[in-house]
Design a protein around this ligand. Structure first.
Ligand code: ADP
Ligand code: LRH
Length: 490
């Protein structure tokens, strides 16, 4: 029996984990074991909202050391994380500036400035990437405007997974799927776009050419001096999640549900026409030349913040209580930019409801119900945009990620979109990370074969839609509400 031990380091915006995948070549059996799990917390440094990349690195090394202490030598290691954020280093390998988070306000106004100076259509045609105010394009401009003396010292700009794999191996790499999230990669050439880099105040030599997922970047050395290959997987967590989503054909859509909800479909061709731009649909890079045609929805971030503020420890009970409440008493547009990082999410939701003369949610479960109904309505809206773009309806929606454990929200989503839902796998990003390594090691032929292994080893939960009259009744109101609000993506 040949067993492969594959380590996936999977960092989401809310938590990170070191996971061990054990794959049996003969029967295709795949199991997952959580080696360690840790919170990913942002902290204020010098007035900036930052990631604690040193703490994350320490957690990664601790997880690898745990495996070491068990005598497990991995066949390979892969790292995936959230997109768009980066770390700068000088030519001696010291960090330059701070690892600022995409939630920081430093990019305020810069997306509008770029549109004025370069043209919205020109930026979209060059990149095919949605307009999000925190894209790396705007983050780099914020950095170079505020700290020109630091920009002078930069030798390399590394996205978070590339930074962490450099810390483990000493080798530089710029992985393609995550590079596309920057809005700096030219969609036609696959190279960094000189004009956009120039606008951002970034030098071309800060970046190397983007590498396709599956490249062996270097080696990490364990305590016994054994060299373990580090593979640059589809290092954008959403790319990894989609890689592990068992899409059952061209008519399947996906919803990667975590801090963010990423709803879309897979395509061999990008969708960069005017209706795609109008709807702010993105074309992020996927494995094997596929595009992830999708839209960002602000997702369970709203709930995470409410739970933190109200110190809710039992999420399952909160969901259960929210499910008992009447539907659609208060609704908001979750993509309103006011929810990106408000001082208080509870107050922001209450103010948004008051501003629309709606019932003001007071308790944690009323707030949760408002978030769930509003997300479901936004899912319906985005599903409509995707359907229109494709010119063909979908027959199924796959919900993956931590949020797929929320059976109540899965049901609301099925009802709102009027589509059968298949929920799971929960650890989709981790699995996609492992899948890419198995392909790189020659254990599996391609993504299609890996998805068969996902179906074989990780059961999914089916949800049938039923008619929800409250959604039908408040749909016009939601549409009216989401028109004039300042959308994160518009
Ligand atoms: P990220 O990768 O962005 O950090 P995850 O995919 O880990 O996010 O998903 C985190 C979300 O999953 C949480 O915000 C929470 O709403 C949801 N979640 C986690 N565990 C459960 C659970 N047992 N039941 C329902 N929802 C859950
Ligand atoms: C989800 C995610 C998403 C990005 C956002 C920054 O974790 O990677 O795909 O848009 O974080």
């Amino acid at each position: 029996m040949t067993i492969r031990n594959i380590v996936a380091i999977d960092l989401g915006a809310s938590s990170g984990r070191v996971m061990l995948g054990r794959y049996q070549s003969e029967d295709g059996g795949l199991t997952l074991r959580e080696v360690s799990r840790f919170a990913n917390q942002r902290l204020m440094v010098e007035g900036y909202d930052c990631w604690d990349v040193d703490a994350l690195e320490a957690e990664i090394r601790a997880g690898l050391a745990l495996l070491d202490s068990e005598g497990i030598v991995p066949d390979s290691i892969g790292i995936d994380t959230w997109g768009v954020d980066l770390v700068m280093i000088d030519d001696e390998g010291n960090r330059v500036g701070l690892p600022v988070s995409y939630r920081d306000k430093r990019t305020h106004g810069l997306m509008a400035k770029a549109e004025r100076e370069l043209g919205r259509q020109a930026i979209y045609q060059r990149t095919g990437i949605q307009f999000l105010p925190f894209n790396t394009l705007y983050q780099l401009r914020a950095f170079s405007d505020a700290h020109p003396e630091q920009a002078e010292r930069v030798a390399h700009a590394l996205l978070i997974p590339d930074y962490l794999s450099w810390r483990l191996t000493g080798q530089l790499n710029w992985e393609y799927t995550n590079a596309t999230t920057t809005q700096l990669l030219n969609i036609d050439s696959g190279e960094w776009d000189e004009k956009l880099l120039q606008w951002a105040g970034a030098r071309r030599d800060w970046f190397g050419s983007a590498s396709q997922p599956g490249k062996r970047v270097g080696e990490w050395q364990n305590a016994q001096g054994i060299q373990v290959p580090v593979i640059a997987v589809a290092s954008h967590d959403t790319a990894s999640a989609i890689l592990a989503t068992p899409l059952s054909g061209d008519d399947s859509a996906y919803l990667s549900s975590g801090t963010w909800s990423l709803m879309g479909f897979e395509s061999r061709q990008p969708c960069t026409g005017s209706s795609a731009m109008q709807a702010n649909i993105t074309n992020e890079g996927g494995a094997e030349g596929r595009y992830r045609v999708l839209k960002n929805i602000m997702g369970l971030w709203l709930l995470q913040r409410v739970c933190d503020e109200l110190r809710i420890a039992d999420l399952c009970q909160l969901i259960e209580e929210a499910a008992q409440l009447p539907a659609c008493k208060s609704i908001i547009n979750p993509n309103d930019e006011r929810f990106i990082n408000p001082a208080s999410m509870v107050r922001e939701i209450q103010d948004a409801c008051a501003g629309q003369s709606m019932a003001i949610p007071q308790t944690a479960c009323e707030l949760a119900r408002c978030i769930f109904d509003s997300l479901a309505l936004l899912y319906r809206q985005v599903m409509g945009e995707l359907t229109q773009l494709r010119g063909k309806s979908f027959s199924q929606l796959h919900i993956v990620g931590g949020g797929s454990q929320n059976h109540f929200l899965n049901q609301l989503c099925a009802n709102a979109c009027n589509l059968p839902v298949s929920a799971g796998p929960v650890e989709a990003s981790t699995l996609g990370n492992i899948g890419c390594q198995l392909i790189a090691l020659g254990e599996l032929a391609d993504v299609g074969q890996f998805r068969q292994r996902v179906v074989q080893n990780f059961p999914q939960h089916s949800v049938k839609p039923y008619h929800e009259s409250a959604f039908t009744a408040c749909w016009p109101r939601f549409q009216a509400l989401s028109q004039p609000t300042k959308e994160l993506c518009l």
